[in-house]
Design a protein around this ligand. Structure first.
Ligand code: NAG
Ligand code: NAG
Ligand code: NAG
Length: 179
């Protein structure tokens, strides 16, 4: 985790870190509706400082060749270029869980996935063609007191691009404020 913090903090100049996190918008867009159907992708306000994210996404055909591109952008007079930009092979990641940033992301997400040990949601997919069927995120929120990210206060977009057979098929954007 320390190595990860070092890695992430290279992205940021300011040491002023946010202690709380609130999602402000979520957008999921399929660029191939014969493969990926977004049934639900929305935030719900629970209280003034808490929103939860729910998504149901249908993968109509098996995906074998899956890459995930994870990007973070900060708002400051418009959104700046990507602060980071990591791409992994999803199947390799699932076997080895080596990439420190994706690993952290997976730790943050995993408790909110539909419990399905054959094919755990979102960060997917154990063997070849495991990513199929309905995948869900349920009542997700990120609580920085559990897993702290070295991210300075501000507005961000967190973007995950799902690339199947070398073509982007789905983009999920989550907007959030660190404060
Ligand atoms: C869209 O999805 C279909 C069904 O899986 C697939 O055959 C086709 O190659 C995809 N198109 C692109 C541009 O990836
Ligand atoms: C929201 O604010 C309340 C009261 O200020 C606090 O008890 C709670 O922990 C906060 N929740 C989050 C997710 O920050
Ligand atoms: C797990 O996912 C597979 C494939 O999507 C599905 O066929 C199966 O019914 C699911 N199992 C549970 C317990 O949800």
């Amino acid at each position: 985790l320390n190595a990860l913090k070092q890695l992430l903090s290279l992205s940021f100049a300011s040491p002023q870190l946010g202690a709380s996190c609130k999602m402000t918008n979520a957008v999921c867009e399929s660029s191939n509706k014969s493969w990926v159907v977004v049934e639900q992708c929305r935030l719900r306000a629970i209280s003034r400082n808490l929103t939860i994210f729910n998504a149901i996404i249908d993968f109509l055909h098996p995906a074998n060749n899956i890459q995930l591109l994870l990007q973070l952008k900060k708002k400051a007079n418009g959104y700046k270029p990507w602060l980071f930009d990591y791409r992994i092979d999803a199947c390799t990641f699932i076997r080895q869980r080596k990439h420190p940033v994706f690993k952290l992301f997976w730790l943050i997400m995993r408790d909110f996935s539909t419990v399905n040990h054959t094919c755990p949601y979102y960060i997917i997919v154990v063997t070849s063609h495991c990513l199929q069927g309905k995948q869900m995120v349920k009542d997700f929120y990120y609580d920085p007191t559990n897993i702290t990210l070295p991210i300075p206060s501000g507005d961000y977009i967190f973007q995950l691009t799902w690339i199947f057979d070398k073509k982007p098929q789905l983009v999920t954007d989550v907007y959030f404020t660190f404060y």
